[in-house]
Design a protein around this ligand. Structure first.
Ligand SMILES: [Zn+2]
Length: 216
C-alpha cells in the first residue's frame, strides 16, 4: 500500500488502512501511548457516516476492525466495538469545520503546555518555518492561535464548548484540552496527519525553549 504518498480524495476502507499505519507511527513517536488518543475518518457527509476508533484500544496494536461506523448522533451503524468515549468531540469538530478527518493525540508536550498556558486561554505560535505546514499558512510570520479548553469527563458539555470555540474562532487549525492533549483535523487523513506533526513539532520547540530558560 502506498503510505503517506498522496492526498487521495477517496474516503473509504483504503483510508482506514492508511489511518491505521498513521496511528501506529504516532504510537512509535510516543504521541498515543497505551489507549491514549482517538481518530476518525469521515466516510460520507450525506448520509453522515464516520469511522472512529473504538474505546480502550491500544494504539500500538490497532487494526482496521477497530473502526466502527457511527451516524451524526454517535450511534453505531456498522462494525463492532464501542466508539471512543470522545466521539462527541469528533462530531462537534465536524459539525463546525469542513474536515474529512479528526485526529487527537496525548503527547507529553501537549499535556504539559496545555496546563502551563491554560490561564491565558491558549498560546500564540509565530516565527517558525514549520507553521507553513498548516493549511493556508504561507509564511513563518503567521501568528497561529492555539486555544486551550478545560478538560472534563462530561463529553456532551465539552462538545458544546468545542463547537462554540470553533464557531467563534473558525481560522484555528486545532485546540488543546488542559492536561489532556491535542485535537486537529484536515480535509484528508494526510492533511490531518500533517497538522498533528506540525503542532507536535511546534509544541516541543516551545516546551524545550522553556526548559532552556530562554525568554519567550
Ligand atoms: Zn483524549
Amino acid at each position: 500500500m502506498a503510505m503517506f504518498q498522496s492526498e487521495i480524495p477517496f474516503h473509504g476502507m483504503r483510508d482506514i488502512d492508511a489511518c491505521v499505519e498513521i496511528i501506529r507511527s504516532f504510537y512509535v513517536r510516543g504521541w498515543v501511548l497505551g489507549t491514549g488518543g482517538n481518530f476518525s475518518v469521515l466516510l460520507t457527509r450525506k448520509p453522515f457516516r464516520l469511522a472512529i476508533t473504538s474505546s480502550g484500544i491500544d494504539k500500538g496494536i490497532i487494526a482496521p476492525e477497530h473502526f466502527p461506523h457511527v451516524d451524526a448522533s454517535g450511534n453505531v451503524v456498522e462494525g463492532t466495538g464501542k466508539p471512543t468515549a470522545e466521539a462527541g468531540l469528533h462530531l462537534a469538530v465536524l459539525a463546525a469545520v469542513n474536515a474529512g478527518a479528526v485526529f487527537h493525540t496525548h503527547s507529553v508536550w501537549a499535556t504539559l503546555l496545555s496546563t502551563i498556558y491554560f490561564p491565558s486561554g491558549g498560546l500564540h505560535i509565530e516565527g517558525y518555518e514549520m507553521l507553513k505546514g498548516l493549511h493556508g499558512v504561507d509564511s513563518h510570520t503567521h501568528r497561529e492561535w492555539l486555544p486551550i479548553i478545560e478538560n472534563s469527563q462530561n463529553i456532551p458539555s465539552l462538545g458544546d464548548t468545542v463547537q462554540k470555540l470553533l464557531e467563534e474562532s473558525p481560522t484555528v487549525h486545532g485546540f488543546l484540552i488542559r492536561g489532556h492533549g491535542l485535537y486537529t483535523w484536515g480535509k484528508t487523513i494526510y492533511e490531518a496527519k500533517q497538522h498533528v506533526e506540525i503542532f507536535e513539532f511546534l509544541l516541543e520547540v516551545i516546551g524545550r525553549r522553556r526548559t532552556m530558560l530562554i525568554e519567550t
